[in-house]
Ligand binder design. Structure first.
Ligand code: GTR
Length: 419
């Protein structure tokens, strides 16, 4: 009996290794060098980065971390509904755009909610991101359609379905009115439209719609949920390119937490995104995988087996064998402006590891002629840095707050220039 109890406890502990939050135990590690080609030759100029090294790194993230995304349908199938030019007391124009993700009107679709500031000169720059609780959760506006499909527990969610009660429940994380008053359009998508976020979500996701003939499950290098979400963000960009109220060359893609990981992967894959914002993205996002602090590769693959590609699990117990680390994901965004936001109490996401990762992407940003990350040391609380790689550490917990938005907007005002 005692032995069985002991075995049970030790197997539970083995499944759930304790997360380290002691800086003195973060360990020593050597990061792979983004500026050395696979063959060992150093990358000394922007051309070699753009033509060779960038592609090598992108491929490694595709095959070892997030998986390869599908080829988009040849033609974007979409429909604009519910346009209201006097939304939010005249502050904005609201549109809901249905995009059919496989290009077929009978197939899966996502709904992109737009608020476009009415007071603007020309096409508006866009803050594009995904939400956790449905488009109707980002603002109390009664005209937003309630999200369909599976939804995780939250305000107004009954039997995994959204109801009216959830309206506006995520509003503090979106700050729609603030963003509009600063001249930016807001675009938001319920992430569950592309992949319902639970371990059995695959069947209801867009992935099976892209299986090759005879395929019944994702292969080791095929995309997972993060890939599906990132890919859907690119389909939103496809639509933005068709809407003359929106400036497709000034789209900032942003996200919080798992959706921050998603925004980074979207920005890395798709160079049309002009600016990328990661908020508290942590493990599998901005934070270095090799640093043993907070969530680990093993932990994330165990809790969320559907997020990454199957190959990523090979690194569960040997993170040093990964041919990349997350600074190389950030480097894929170079030379485009990138903002990494951390929160002081968000130890699970390893705020210091997020900074160190941004710092380790700096040589690539500098090689490409930008000022990189202009902070030698980890900045203190509420001391934002606004170089081409921007960074701040906010007081408080894992969240998106008005403070974060003030910094995102100041950063975007500085870097999202009209082109
Ligand atoms: C946590 C997960 C993190 C982060 C977070 C979130 O449970 O371990 O990697 O993604 O969820 O997305 O809220």
């Amino acid at each position: 009996m005692a032995l069985r109890f002991f075995l049970l406890i030790s197997s539970i502990l083995a499944q759930q290794p304790q997360a380290n939050t002691d800086e003195s135990k973060a360990g020593v590690y050597t990061l792979p060098d983004p500026l050395v080609l696979a063959g060992g030759m150093p990358v000394r100029d922007a051309q070699t980065w753009q033509r060779q090294r960038r592609a090598e790194i992108l491929r490694l993230f595709e095959t070892q971390v997030y998986g390869r995304c599908a080829t988009p349908p040849p033609r974007l199938e979409y429909e604009v509904t519910g346009t209201d030019r006097k939304a939010l007391n005249g502050l904005a124009t609201r549109k809901e755009v249905t995009v059919w993700l496989t290009g077929k009107r009978l197939g899966p679709k996502m709904r992109v909610l737009f608020y476009i500031p009415n007071e603007r000169k020309g096409a508006a720059p866009v803050m594009l991101g995904m939400n956790f609780n449905g488009n109707h959760a980002i603002h109390a506006d009664h005209a937003i359609s309630i999200a369909q499909g599976w939804m995780r527990a939250g305000k107004g969610v009954v039997n995994n379905r959204a109801t009216e009660e959830g309206r506006g429940s995520e509003a503090s994380r979106w700050q729609v009115d603030m963003v509009l008053r600063r001249g930016y359009a807001v675009a938001s998508i319920y992430y569950g439209d592309a992949f319902p976020d639970h371990k059995d979500g695959l069947a209801e996701s867009i992935l099976p719609h892209f299986y090759k003939p005879g395929q019944t499950a994702p292969g080791p290098e095929d995309w997972g949920a993060i890939g599906a979400w990132a890919w859907a963000l690119s389909r939103a960009q496809d639509y933005i390119e068709k809407d003359r109220d929106l400036d497709a060359r000034r789209v900032a893609v942003w996200g919080h937490s798992r959706l921050g990981k998603t925004a980074l992967w979207a920005g890395a894959r798709d160079e049309r995104f002009a600016l990328v914002i990661s908020n508290n993205s942590g493990e599998g996002g901005a934070a270095l995988a090799r640093r043993n602090f907070g969530e680990t590769v093993e932990r994330i693959n165990t809790s969320f087996p559907h997020w990454f590609c199957a190959n990523f699990k090979r690194y569960n117990t040997d993170v040093n064998a990964l041919p990349v680390d997350q600074h190389m994901l950030l480097a894929l965004i170079a030379p485009r402006p990138l903002y990494v936001a951390s929160a002081q109490e968000d130890l699970w996401a390893d705020p210091r590891g997020e900074f160190l990762s941004a710092k380790a992407a700096d040589p690539v940003y500098r090689l490409l002629g930008t000022d990189g990350l202009a902070a030698a040391e980890w900045p203190g609380v509420h001391d934002p840095v606004r170089s081409t790689i921007g960074y701040h550490l906010r007081a408080g917990k894992h969240d998106v707050t008005a403070y974060d938005w003030e910094q995102f907007l100041a950063f975007a005002d500085k870097h999202l220039r009209k082109r």
